[in-house]
Design a protein around this ligand. Structure first.
Ligand code: FES
Ligand code: FES
Length: 193
């Protein structure tokens, strides 16, 4: 048995101590925000915060987490009001969303350690995104950083973000299209027939 606090709630897992935290979260605690990607600690999709540090939950056994404090995307902010979540929405970062819980938690841990992260620190985040959220993600980090530091960040990205309006809807998609210019569902059905 392993006891830990998850999103502020004390939980005890009656599982093999070798069970990866990812599966304890997803299968036993029904917290499915952490995603299964590479299963080898390389993609970051399963990132959660353990004792204030971002960790890949596929790579850590629950047996080593007795008494740990774990935060998943479900518990980062019950009202979704964490600065990076607010900035994420303002900059319209989301695409398919698969990597995003992990990326957001990695950024939240980074901002907790350093509310004014450098470009190099942001670029060093190990999380992989196949949809290309990188540029908007950087602007979101800058916005969150400004919100957390009272807007006096000297970070170059923060200055750039301050000068730019939120991303327009038609610029959201990495292929340059807009939601309206996608093929309508009825037309796809016709094509498939
Ligand atoms: S699934 Fe854990 S790092 Fe990829
Ligand atoms: S938003 Fe699709 S993988 Fe990152």
């Amino acid at each position: 048995m392993t006891s830990m606090t998850i999103n502020g709630e004390a939980l005890r897992f009656d599982l093999d101590p070798a069970t990866p935290l990812l599966w304890a979260l997803r299968d036993a605690a029904n917290l499915t925000g952490a995603k299964y990607g590479c299963d080898s600690g390389e993609c970051g999709a399963c990132t959660v915060i353990v004792d204030q540090r971002a960790v890949t939950s596929c790579s850590i056994a629950i047996g080593s987490l007795e008494g740990a404090e774990v935060i998943t995307i479900e518990g980062l902010s019950p009202s979704r009001s964490h600065p990076i979540q607010q900035a994420w929405a303002t900059e319209q970062v989301s695409q398919c969303g698969f990597c995003e819980p992990g990326v957001i938690l990695a950024i939240a841990a980074l901002l907790k350690a350093n509310p004014r992260p450098s470009d190099a620190e942001i670029e060093a985040l190990p999380n992989i995104c196949r949809c290309g959220i990188g540029p908007r993600m950087k602007r979101a980090v800058a916005r969150a950083s400004m919100a957390m530091t009272g807007g006096d960040s000297l970070n170059a990205i923060a200055r750039e973000a301050a000068a730019q309006p939120p991303v327009a809807h038609e610029q959201r998609f990495s292929n340059g299209s807009s939601g309206e210019s996608q093929i309508p569902a009825q037309q796809i059905n016709r094509l498939e027939r």
